[in-house]
Structure formats: structure tokens, C-alpha cells
Design a protein around this ligand. Structure first.
Ligand SMILES: [Zn+2]
Ligand SMILES: [Zn+2]
Length: 265
């Protein structure tokens, strides 16, 4: 059935809409999707995440163009000589980043937040998972928690990227998604504030919504990290509630000052 549909509607790249190669159920190809499969409550072995690659090779290469990053703070470069944190970032226990928030990655993130952008967001989540599958396994998180969006902003936008991302990563890693956090009030968008005011802007904004994180390891998910103030505030609430580890996964990190147009965080 899937093969027949591919003939009628050949799979297309979510970014440039070029036709991509239809999925072949060869053992090698299937293995590449499932070799990182970690047996869990959901059996996904019979359910490959996508019937075709979400992006053409050119777009995928541009999105995942990066070399190494500090696994503590996420800054580009070598962790041992990290100019961002010196390898000593204490805001969270580790971070997985797909790419730098610029060029193709910025274009993809902004498009994924617009109406109809859900497939693109899922494609980005798949790339993030493929790139960091071994790290996610190593972290052994018990729950995935999305950075919560205030209800009126969610109503305004109609989408919640962090939530969709959390659900997709939850499915790919067989990890349950927990609504462990809530937002007490809406905040001024972080990217509209000078960097030195951003941490104060999100102080006391987040509160615990579910005590399930006590004694558990948590993967905190957002679409973009800028100064890290929002994620640090969320991680603090989770740790104070008794989470034993808080790791972070994001699609993109704004590595350069002023690189955060159109995002919050
Ligand atoms: Zn493409
Ligand atoms: Zn660092």
C-alpha cells in the first residue's frame, strides 16, 4: 500500500519540496531506523518513524551541518575548552542540540511554528533523535517534559512547538511525556529583552504541575534555546521538586547575539 501511494504521491523534502527517494524496506535501511531502538513500553520496531526521509540529502546536510558542541552548555566547540561555560554549566546536566539557529535551521524552525508546519517539526525531531540517539540512551531519562507555553499564547498561535517536539521524541525513545510544569503567568518574549534582563523575566514563572518527577530523570524539551534563561528556570523547578537529573534537548541554539529573532527562550 505504501509503495502504491509513493507512486501517486512521491515523498517530497519538507524544506525544498524536491522528490526524495521512496523508502525501501531493505534490511540495511530498516536497521538504520531501528538500530537505536531501545525496547520499552511501546514497541516501535514494526512502526518505522517515517516511510521516507523527511528531508532531501542536501537540506538534511545543511540542517545537521555541525561539528562538536559542549555537552554541558551547548556552545559550539570543544567541551574541555568551552568558552561558554568552561565545561562547568550547572543549569542542567547535559544538552543535545541539532543545529545553530541561523540559515536553514532558522528557516525550518520558523516554518514549523506556522499553521501547517507540524510535519516539518516532526521531521526536525526525527533528525534531532537520529543525531543524538546514543546520548538519549545514555541519559536514561524516565520522562520527557516540554517547556510549557502560557494558555493565551497557545490560543493565539494554535501550536505549541515544545509540546509537539516532546511527544515525537517520546515516541522515538519510548519515554512517557509528563506535563510536569505549568506557567504561572505569560512573560514578555525573551527575544524582546536585553540579555541581562532575561533571567529576571522568567524567574518564578514556572511551577510544578505534577509530582511524578520526584526521584526521576527528566529530559526537558524546547524548540530553541537563546540565553538559556527559560530552560534554566524550568530545570530549577524540576530539581527542587526532586528530579535526580535534568537534561535538555532543543532543535536549535542561538549561538550569536541577536540570533534569536522570532523565538522565545
Ligand atoms: Zn530539500
Ligand atoms: Zn560549555
Amino acid at each position: 500500500m505504501a509503495g502504491g501511494l509513493d507512486l501517486l504521491f512521491p515523498p517530497r523534502c519538507l524544506m525544498c519540496h524536491a522528490e526524495t527517494a521512496p523508502w525501501q524496506a531493505t534490511p540495511a535501511r530498516h536497521e538504520s531506523w531501528t538500530s537505536d531502538h531501545h525496547p520499552g513500553p511501546l514497541d516501535m520496531a514494526a512502526d518505522p518513524p517515517e516511510a521516507s526521509d523527511p528531508f532531501c540529502p542536501g537540506c538534511a546536510a545543511e540542517i545537521v551541518a555541525e561539528s562538536c558542541r559542549c555537552q554541558r552548555c551547548g556552545a559550539p566547540g570543544d567541551q574541555d575548552a568551552c568558552r561558554g561555560c568552561g565545561g562547568a554549566c550547572r543549569d542542567w546536566d547535559g544538552i543535545a542540540v541539532l543545529g545553530s539557529y541561523g540559515g536553514r535551521v532558522r528557516e525550518a524552525v520558523l516554518r514549523s511554528k506556522r499553521p501547517g508546519g507540524y510535519d516539518l517539526l516532526v521531521g526536525l525531531a526525527d533528525l534531532l533523535h537520529r543525531r543524538h540517539a546514543s546520548t538519549f540512551r545514555l541519559w536514561e531519562n524516565d520522562y520527557i517534559v516540554a517547556v510549557p507555553m502560557h494558555w493565551w499564547r497557545r490560543t493565539l498561535r494554535g501550536t505549541n512547538a515544545a509540546d509537539s517536539l516532546a511527544r515525537r521524541l517520546g515516541r522515538l525513545t519510548s519515554t512517557p511525556v509528563l506535563g510536569a510544569l505549568r506557567r504561572r503567568r505569560a512573560t514578555v518574549m525573551q527575544n524582546r529583552l536585553p540579555a541581562d534582563q532575561r533571567r529576571a523575566n522568567v524567574r518564578d514563572v514556572f511551577a510544578l504541575n505534577h509530582r511524578g518527577v520526584v526521584g526521576r530523570r527528566v529530559l526537558l524539551v524546547d524548540d530553541v534555546v537563546t540565553t538559556g534563561g527559560t530552560l534554566a528556570a524550568c530545570a530549577r523547578v524540576l530539581r527542587e521538586a526532586g528530579a535526580t537529573a535534568v537534561h535538555v534537548a532543543v532543535i536549535a541554539r542561538a549561538d550569536l547575539a541577536g540570533d534569536d529573532r522570532g523565538v522565545d527562550g
